[in-house]
Unconditional design. Sequence first.
Length: 94
Amino acid sequence: MISVRRNVFETNSSSTHSLCICTENEYEKFKNGDMMYDDYNEELQFVSDKELEEYKYRYKSYDSMGEWLEFYEEHFTTPSGDKMVAFGEFGYDG
């Protein structure tokens, strides 16, 4: 049986990938522990201590990125001058 979902890229592999693009300012807040990476939505968020305790497997700190998978980060400047960072994890998750 084949399931087709529009606007979704899927592979039949055991590898995993994540990508988050944010401003350099947001990335610094992430590195300093002010923001957390939401693994479910693949974005940076401000997280309360209560949320962090209740959903501890959902959020990652900068220090925990790359703990199980390879971590990458790429700094770049957009043509309009915005300083951005692309980061995430990749590797075998099986």
